[in-house]
Design a protein around this ligand. Structure first.
Ligand SMILES: *[C@@H]1O[C@H](CO)[C@@H](O)[C@H](O)[C@H]1NC(C)=O
Ligand SMILES: *[C@@H]1O[C@H](CO)[C@@H](O)[C@H](O)[C@H]1NC(C)=O
Ligand SMILES: *[C@@H]1O[C@H](CO)[C@@H](O)[C@H](O)[C@H]1NC(C)=O
Ligand SMILES: *[C@@H]1O[C@H](CO)[C@@H](O)[C@H](O)[C@H]1NC(C)=O
Ligand SMILES: *[C@@H]1O[C@H](CO)[C@@H](O)[C@H](O)[C@H]1NC(C)=O
Ligand SMILES: *[C@@H]1O[C@H](CO)[C@@H](O)[C@H](O)[C@H]1NC(C)=O
Ligand SMILES: *[C@@H]1O[C@H](CO)[C@@H](O)[C@H](O)[C@H]1NC(C)=O
Ligand SMILES: *[C@@H]1O[C@H](CO)[C@@H](O)[C@H](O)[C@H]1NC(C)=O
Ligand SMILES: *[C@@H]1O[C@H](CO)[C@@H](O)[C@H](O)[C@H]1NC(C)=O
Ligand SMILES: *[C@@H]1O[C@H](CO)[C@@H](O)[C@H](O)[C@H]1NC(C)=O
Length: 792
């Protein structure tokens, strides 16, 4: 049937159908070319709309003094043919406006011809943003360019929390035009496009299937399809066949497909169940309903052999375009157009001698200024394209579709159009849309990425630590290739922050290493439970607090104590002497020097024989008790001083360092740097070191180009102290951290439960502050064995 129809079309082609022949004799004729791909769905829909528009317009405006005369041409999906027909129309029919062409690739050249000959080219389907009205003033888009819907798509991606999107587009002007803009908009919402799948319009089923298999091996399960209608239905049906319309996948169609979705064969539509689509929103009206009924009838008469199609927005825009041109023609008035040929001095092709329409600028002006309420709502081309800011988001369910929400430039996405809330174009969450039935009849929002069923291997990032005790990464040259196959053993980055970030970027699935669990890292990745205690402390040099010299024997007692003891000694002697003197002790008579000697004698010795009075003896006993205590504590102090070193940290508090402005060190790449900066250390006073240089830097000291203290994590400090037990101590912890953990983007369990492994990972850990991670991999070529992570 279709072939027969095409044959008829081909036969009719050489004839020019002139639709509006009923022009009254008095009316001026304005010739308008219409270039469409008449055998496509859009072409058929538009043709019916155009002929209805001509009838309707002149039925309403029967006394108009101008009359459009349409010259409809079929470009047969061929850019060159479209161009040659445009030249033919301009040259031989003196058309003063061209409606169409249908495809962006055709529009590129034809709009340049229009620009040259001052003939407005009004296309209601050429949506590629690469066609800019700025450089081509005679190109008018009676639709909106493709980039208008991008924020809507980005909002959908954002509201479902997808971080990666694969684009599938056709390799044409239309397909390619949108892609750079789409990537930019997605980047803005922090979603990435890891892969762009491009299919030529001539792709065979096999090529499509192979490309889809390739997409299946990737992690991303969110696809944005931007293709012509026919191509998209082929690709999507194939996707259904290969199993990409199952649970876990999400598909979004751009408006090019969705606007025509009503015309899709219900059996085809059924296989697209679960897809989301973005569609221009046309408010319902009785005018539109009446028109649709008439249109359906007319379509049947125009295409008796075809399956009935539905009026789409393209049909409405083509209708409104005829109205806008007809009205503009009337406003331009009765002036017959004159066509001037540029002076030709040498032999040239007809392109160079294209005539220029004198009415062109005026007609263009009128088309742009004419604003009216059309079928599709307010039809305003003043911006050289339609002002559309409302999109409808739909979900294909079964043999039909359901509206799940709207997107407007002002409010972002919402369930209802009249909802007014302060919002931006990119705001909205999944709750702002009605629930979606996803592919595979699932109501669960696809996660957007999944572990592929085949192909990719688990990438475990192993961070080469400055501490072989913590993390030693060696390539096993004996097992060679087998071992390396499962892991990316790769010194990736000096910086732990970068390393963690690479897990977020999905360069690695898991990162194993001495990676500290930090709050701001948890925004990007998940950690396992910590496997060490941790915190931040300082390594500071210790100083012997005792000056070992000849006077050390004085050190055990403080000067006050020495003084007090001497005073007490003299006092005791004097008291006893006086008491004995009063008691008429013979021994205390005599010259002063000998009395002094006796006094000392009393104090030091009991002098039982010399002391006679009971009272003196009591005084002496008190003194002796004091002396005993003093002597024994002196002896103990002195002996401890001579045997044990009295080591004191040079710095006891981090604030002390801040105040004194001394230099502190940290390990290269550690997050401690940020911490020190937060503690308001001067940047110049913070110095990075490698573990091997800690000792040297600390021993040089702050004043000699070294550092006064090294701020580091507790496990490393313990390790350092175990190697340099002399001369250093740990002060702190000054800051609590959560310990070391392994990093993965998704929670590890989830990752492992999804993974079909080819590797076995064994991680052993020895007890104590020193930790060894021994990872071996065996190539197990079976899908029954789950991946093993054994922490011993
Ligand atoms: C077209 O012309 C026919 C007669 O040739 C007339 O009956 C008909 O009303 C005209 N239609 C319009 C819209 O003027
Ligand atoms: C056409 O007729 C309407 C009234 O039906 C009138 O308002 C209008 O001015 C007329 N236009 C012309 C060009 O005669
Ligand atoms: C369109 O025409 C204007 C002058 O009419 C010219 O300046 C401009 O370069 C043309 N643009 C293109 C893309 O040919
Ligand atoms: C496409 O449309 C958007 C708004 O809808 C506009 O900002 C942009 O300039 C247009 N791009 C082109 C090339 O016309
Ligand atoms: C316009 O051209 C037609 C012939 O094509 C002629 O009959 C008519 O008088 C012209 N009108 C004016 C206003 O020049
Ligand atoms: C154009 O070419 C023809 C031969 O093809 C020649 O006779 C004629 O003189 C040329 N005209 C000019 C203006 O060069
Ligand atoms: C919005 O429109 C819906 C119907 O479409 C109506 O039920 C609802 O009350 C309206 N809300 C507001 C705030 O006007
Ligand atoms: C975490 O914060 C530190 C500063 O404290 C900064 O250097 C680092 O880049 C941050 N990490 C991430 C992943 O944002
Ligand atoms: C890891 O441990 C296994 C035994 O569990 C041992 O044979 C192997 O040599 C160790 N590898 C390394 C690099 O220490
Ligand atoms: C893994 O097993 C499959 C068949 O199950 C086989 O085709 C493939 O060669 C094996 N791979 C290796 C590396 O042994």
């Amino acid at each position: 049937m279709e072939i027969a129809c095409r044959v008829i079309l081909l036969l009719l082609l050489p004839l020019n159908f002139v639709v509006a022949q009923n022009a009254s004799r008095a009316a001026q004729e304005l010739h308008v070319g219409v270039i469409l791909d008449l055998e496509t769905m859009v072409g058929k829909i538009a043709r019916t709309s155009i002929s209805l528009a001509m009838e309707d317009f002149y039925a309403v405006h029967h006394n108009y003094s101008t009359k459009l005369v349409l010259h409809i041409r079929d470009s047969m999906r061929d850019d060159v043919r479209a161009a040659s027909q445009a030249i033919n129309l301009l040259e031989d029919y003196n058309v003063e406006a061209i409606i169409g062409p249908q495809k962006s690739s055709q529009a590129v050249f034809i709009s340049k011809l229009g620009n040259r000959s001052h003939v407005p080219v009004i296309s209601f389907t050429a949506t590629s943003p690469s066609l800019s009205s700025k450089s081509l003033p005679y190109f008018v888009r009676a639709t909106v360019n493709d980039s208008a819907q991008l924020n809507c798509i980005a909002s959908i991606v954002k509201s479902y929390g997808w971080r990666k999107v694969v684009t599938i587009y056709e390799d044409t002007e239309y397909g390619r035009g949108i892609i750079p803009y789409l990537v930019d908009v997605l980047e803005d919402i922090d979603a990435h496009v890891p892969y762009q799948s491009v299919l030529p319009p001539s792709a065979t089923s096999l090529q499509i299937t192979l490309e889809l298999y390739k997409l299946m091996t990737m992690q991303t399960t969110v696809f944005v399809v931007h293709m012509s209608f026919t191509m998209a239905s082929r690709v999507l049906i194939k996707a259904k066949d290969v199993g990409m319309m199952n649970k876990g996948y999400a598909w979004i169609m751009t408006d090019g497909v969705t606007n025509l979705i009503d015309s899709l064969n219900p059996s085809v539509l059924k296989s697209l169940s679960g897809i989301l689509g973005v569609k221009f929103y046309v408010p319902k009206s009785t005018k539109l309903d009446d028109f649709t009924t008439r249109w359906n009838k007319r379509f049947q008469t125009d295409n008796p052999t075809d399956l009935p199609l539905k009026l789409s927005t393209f049909g409405m825009w083509s209708y409104d375009t005829i109205w806008v041109v007809a009205q503009a023609a009337e406003k331009v008035g009765l002036k017959n157009a004159t066509f001037t040929k540029p002076g030709v001095t040498r032999n040239s092709t007809s392109l160079e001698t294209l005539k220029t329409s004198s009415n062109g600028p005026k007609l263009l002006q009128e088309i742009l200024q004419n604003q009216f309420e059309g079928l599709s709502g307010n039809f305003d081309l003043s911006d050289r394209q339609l002002q559309i800011s409302t999109f409808q988001i739909i979900n294909v369910i079964g043999k039909g579709w359901r509206e799940i929400g709207f997107w407007t430039a002002q409010n972002g996405i919402s369930q209802q159009l009249n909802k007014t809330k302060p919002a931006t174009a990119l705001s909205g969450s999944a709750h702002d849309l009605y629930p979606v039935i996803w592919p595979g009849e699932s109501t669960e929002v696809p996660r957007g990425s999944q572990i592929p069923v085949s192909g990719k291997k688990l990438q475990v990032g192993v961070c080469t630590s400055g501490y072989p005790e913590f993390m030693k990464v060696e390539k096993d040259y004996i097992t060679g290739a087998t071992k390396a196959s499962g892991f990316s053993v790769d010194r990736s980055s000096e910086d732990y922050n970068d390393f963690v970030y690479q897990v977020y970027l999905e360069i690695y699935d898991i990162a194993i290493g001495d990676i500290t669990i930090r709050y701001n890292r948890t925004f990007y990745v998940d950690f396992t439970l910590p496997y060490t205690e941790s915190g931040i402390a300082m390594i500071v040099p210790v100083r012997d607090s005792i000056n070992r010299n000849t006077w050390i024997f004085l050190k055990p007692l403080a000067p006050g104590m020495w003084f007090g003891s001497v005073v007490f000694f003299i006092y005791t002697g004097v008291v006893v002497l006086i008491l004995e003197f009063l008691g008429n002790n013979k021994n205390v008579r005599g010259p002063i020097p000998s009395q002094l000697g006796i006094m000392i004698f009393f104090s030091i010795f009991e002098g039982k024989e010399l002391v006679q009075r009971f009272l003196s003896r009591i005084v002496l006993i008190v003194w002796l008790v004091f002396l005993m205590v003093l002597t024994s504590s002196y002896t103990v102090s002195l002996s401890s001083m001579l045997t044990v070193q009295q080591l004191q940290p040079t710095v006891t508090d981090v604030h002390e360092l801040l105040k004194s402005g001394e230099c502190v060190g940290y390990q290269h790449g550690s997050y401690v740097k940020g911490l020190l900066e937060e503690l308001s250390f001067d940047r110049l006073k913070i110095k990075p070191y490698d573990p091997d240089d800690f000792h040297e830097a600390l021993s040089r000291g702050s004043n000699n180009g070294g550092i006064a203290a090294l701020v580091h994590e507790v496990p490393y400090i313990k390790l350092f102290l175990s190697n340099h037990c002399k001369g250093y101590t740990m002060v702190g912890p000054i800051y609590k951290a959560a310990g070391f953990g392994y990093v993965s983007l998704t929670t590890l369990d989830m990752l492992l439960s999804h993974y079909i492994p080819t590797e076995k990972v064994t991680i052993t850990k020895s007890i104590g502050s020193q930790k060894k991670v021994n990872s071996t991999s065996n190539h197990i070529n079976t899908s029954e064995h789950p991946i093993l992570i054994i922490l011993v």
